[in-house]
Design a protein around this ligand. Sequence first.
Ligand code: ZN
Length: 151
Amino acid sequence: MAEKPCQCSDCQRFYKEHDRLIREFPTFKQQQELNWASIQSFRTLCTQVTNELQRQLSEKDLNEELSSEEKHISDIEISEALDDLECVNAYLYSIEALMERIFDTKISNRIESKFKKIANELSPDPLNVDRLILNRLFHQTPDFPDKKNIN
Ligand SMILES: [Zn+2]
């Protein structure tokens, strides 16, 4: 029997998000676009923050107009964050190069139907009536009085 997956709150949030992404983006093409947009948005944000921190570090001595919030970040903290972000940006750049290769693949409509069918099996609509009934049954089971505890 397969080991029961971890049920900590982080993992549960991950399972929920994982299922939602399958449910809402059930085709190969949608997954391509979703992942591309996701990497691009992550990269855009990291790059902008990196630029901003670099500017802040280089202008710190000269600039008297820094907001009080900006003054609270120490030079060391900025330098460390810049090192980390530059690594992350390099990784994201590599992932982007790989994603471009994935984008070269085109899938026929017949195979796309297969994707939709499997996606629906993996992650059915949580508001679907059958699913709601099934969930209610699952959630009721642990509530049944356990004979061992009654004595
Ligand atoms: Zn966990």
